[in-house]
Design a protein around this ligand. Structure first.
Ligand code: UD1
Length: 318
């Protein structure tokens, strides 16, 4: 069952249990806000949970710079409330959505889990604080088992074309932007930086299919149940392969058959040159490895875009 936390926008935590939920027997969904402790009490009082997957975080870098208080309140206070409720109700297994942002501007590539961590913006700082908080919870009470999943750049959509990303307003991230250029909602893609010391001058990231990412959560949950003494441990969820902005544009063009006009622009402040994951630890300890390549990521993202050119609002222009 799921708990949707829509304020100030939709966020989600997944509550995992083997029993039925008295709070939401029909749909298995309870809508609430992690900042509201009454909502949490309603959910946790209704049934026994074995573990929680905590996705409920704001994640836009620029917005976090403009409104740090939103990020500290939503990401930090929401998570503290969640820990309190989990503890009160004896549920001490957690999978937490962290991010490759905790590597900041990585000094060593590929990023390995025990690399130096640093925050480049308030969003990143909340993830770093929440990782430290998780380690502190485990130190204080070794019954806590926590897996921190450091996402690299999730893209793509479910292959049905029914579930995909639908950003509000002008997208900040690369793939949603390319998608909107391909469907004609935006005229061209600004390529931020073409003078990086990379093979084509554009920045390199480790893009990962959202379905692979979802599978990574299943592997993490399995780990929590199979290895009760795991403690608090971080894993990268990436493919281990870097793709440049221009390579991504070419792949999307091929998948969609659409022109993607580009404009070469100065670097975006704060962007790193090259970020990609070491996947060895996740492969070794979670028995998880990304299955999809860039071609499939673009194929599925384009399938979603074709079926939902204006997102979930059914064709009405936003
Ligand atoms: C950022 C965050 C990451 C977060 C992710 C999703 C940091 C350092 N990175 O990743 O933690 O999980 O957003 O919210 O905090 N680009 C263009 N044109 C565009 C958009 C992007 O050229 O219109 C380029 C960027 O300069 C970058 C690459 O595409 O080189 C990827 O950008 P983006 O999709 O925004 O992700 P990140 O910045 O890597």
């Amino acid at each position: 069952m799921s708990l949707c936390l829509p304020l100030p926008r939709a966020t989600l935590i997944e509550l995992v249990s083997r029993s039925r939920c008295a709070a939401c027997p029909s749909r298995g969904v309870f809508q609430g806000d992690l900042r509201n402790t009454d909502d949490l009490e309603k959910v946790f009082a209704a049934r026994r949970y074995d573990a929680v997957i905590h996705f409920a975080g704001l994640k836009a870098v620029g917005e976090s710079v403009a409104h740090p208080e939103m990020y500290y309140e939503n990401n930090l206070i929401g998570t503290i409330n969640l820990y309190k409720s989990m503890k009160e109700h004896g549920c001490k297994k957690l999978v937490f959505s962290s991010s490759a942002t905790v590597y900041g501007w990585p000094e060593v590539i590929p990023c390995v889990e025990d690399s130096k961590l640093q925050a480049a913006n308030p969003y990143g700082r909340t993830k770093l604080i929440l990782e430290d908080m998780a380690r502190d919870y485990h130190r204080a009470d070794t019954e806590w088992s926590i897996v921190l999943l450091r996402y690299f750049n999730p893209i793509g959509a479910h292959s049905s074309g029914e579930i995909g990303e639908d950003p509000k307003g002008i997208p900040n991230n690369l793939l949603p932007y390319i998608q909107q250029v391909a469907v004609g909602r935006l005229p061209e893609l600004n390529v931020y930086g073409h003078d990086y010391p990379t093979r084509d001058g554009t920045a390199i990231r480790d893009y990962i299919h959202v379905v692979d990412l979802a599978d990574g959560h299943i592997a993490a949950l399995k780990k929590l149940f199979d290895s009760p003494d795991i403690g608090c441990v971080a894993y990268n969820l990436g493919t281990g392969r870097g793709t440049s902005v221009l390579e991504m544009v070419a792949a999307f063009k091929k998948a969609s058959g659409k022109e993607i006009p580009t404009k070469l622009c100065p670097r975006r402040p704060g962007d790193a040159t090259e970020v990609y994951a070491s996947t060895e630890k996740a492969e070794r300890e979670l028995a998880w490895r990304a299955q999809y390549g860039i071609e499939e990521m673009c194929r599925d993202q384009w399938n979603w875009a074709k079926k939902n050119p204006y997102g979930y609002c059914g064709g009405a222009k936003k």
